[in-house]
Ligand binder design. Structure first.
Ligand SMILES: [Fe+2]
Ligand SMILES: [Fe+2]
Length: 423
């Protein structure tokens, strides 16, 4: 019987099955050899693993990585277990996520003995404040005042709204959209940069916006526009208050995960909206940190000392948490109501009537938090509600697929949205 195996993309191997994209379109037939060019095509369509045949003279080479020593594996499980303490590890889905997270943690610890996940980072911060009292007093914040102050710093640029309007108008041509985008030189540069990046690896250099838009499509354009706009708006928050790269890595990964989860369900066609929701879901935290840095620092300490969720500490300290603050800002930005609700209910999706849309962002946030992809300040892994699992019909295979795809897609989109934000 023919020997086959699921494998990462490696040139020279031979496909054992036809490879399709999410919509069932054939990307490459069984029997075709994997080339660098084919890998680029798979990458564009989000295929990270394929089924390959064993060579005639031997076995399929394993995805070789050195084994993790037992001692490191146990330590990783202990650290991850502490962060999972509010989750039910008897639930098979939760346990699978715990195992994936522990394995990643162990691998990171092996490759980098100085690896600092959220646990270690937060401990360092707390030690700075040894001896100081925990939270002193409680004061409700005036959310409207915070939003007003934030809006004075800037709002989403006009180009954002004009581009959305143009895309949503069936009468608009690509030339018209290109004409709108070309008025913003930063945005134009980002679009051309994406098209000419390794993500597409085209032989020819694309030097016109119309051509670029024809290649990337309007959905991808909206992703870039919203991402670049949001990142640039908060770029002046000092690094001593929050690690912005880590914050945006968490947010971009959450957006990527939410888009993947949404695309998994055939009835959801606007997967791109989920990316934007994931991207912006914790933006309220930036508003709180920017306006109330001292109080927020107190909250960080309290989270570790009392082993509570950051959003709970925010609510108790300020009378509102970051999801409420972020949703108010999104509302002021005139973002669509569905998107506002996904931000508002990303920690408590069952509170929203339609439930399933916030549930996707909720799960995406928990996944990237558990896997320690970036960090927006939350220390403990939020609880995966059984209702969310039931509603989204989650299973272990889907989890594995989403995690692989996040790893596969994140670097490119992070580079475009954040990595070049200072350019
Ligand atoms: Fe959050
Ligand atoms: Fe988050």
């Amino acid at each position: 019987m023919e020997k086959t195996s699921t494998h990462n993309l490696v040139p020279g191997m031979v496909l054992a099955r036809d490879v399709m994209d999410q919509t069932g379109r054939l990307l490459a037939p069984s029997g075709q050899e994997i080339t660098e060019k084919l890998i680029r095509i798979f990458k564009i369509w989000g295929v990270g693993e394929v089924r390959v045949k064993a060579p005639e003279d031997g076995d399929i080479p394993a995805d070789t990585e050195p084994p993790v020593p037992e001692q490191i594996r146990k330590k990783a499980e202990e650290l991850v277990g502490y962060r999972f303490q509010y989750n039910d590890l008897n639930d098979p889905f939760v346990y699978e996520l715990f195992q994936l997270s522990s394995a990643r943690k162990a691998r990171r610890m092996l490759n980098n003995p100085d690896h600092a996940g959220p646990a270690e980072m937060m401990l360092t911060r707390s030690q700075d404040d040894a001896g100081k009292p925990a939270v002193s007093g409680r004061g409700k914040i005036n959310v409207e005042n915070l939003i007003f102050r934030t809006l004075r710093l800037g709002t989403l640029p006009d180009i954002y709204y004009k581009t959305i309007a143009a895309i949503n108008n069936p009468e608009t041509s690509l030339d018209d959209i290109a004409a709108i985008v070309s008025k913003d030189t930063t945005l134009s540069a980002r679009v051309l940069q994406l098209v000419n990046s390794s993500f597409y690896s085209l032989r020819q250099k694309v030097d016109t916006l119309t051509w670029a838009l024809a290649l990337i499509g309007t959905n991808q354009l909206m992703t870039i526009v919203s991402g670049v706009s949001a990142v640039s708006l908060f770029k002046n928050i000092p690094s001593r208050l929050i690690n912005m790269a880590s914050f945006w890595e968490h947010s971009i990964a959450c957006g990527t995960a939410a888009r993947l989860l949404a695309s998994y369900f055939p009835q959801r066609i606007e997967a791109e909206r989920f990316f934007v929701s994931g991207l912006l879901h914790d933006i309220g935290r930036l508003i709180l940190i920017q306006n109330l840095p001292e109080q927020y620092h107190d909250i960080f300490r309290r989270v570790r000392k009392e082993e509570i969720f950051l959003f709970t500490a925010e609510e108790e300290k300020f009378g509102s948490d970051h999801s409420y603050v972020g949703a108010r800002l999104a509302h002021q930005w005139n973002l669509p109501e569905k998107l506002v609700n996904m931000i508002r209910y990303h920690h408590f999706p069952a509170q929203e009537d339609s439930f399933d849309e916030p549930a996707i962002v909720n799960l995406a946030d928990i996944l990237v938090n558990a896997l320690e992809i970036g960090n927006s300040g939350e220390f403990f892994v939020p609880v995966i509600e059984p209702d969310v699992c039931r509603k989204l019909n989650l299973d272990k295979e889907m989890l594995q697929w989403v995690v692989n795809e996040i790893d596969f897609q994140l670097a490119d989109i992070f580079e475009i949205i954040y990595g070049t934000s200072e350019a």
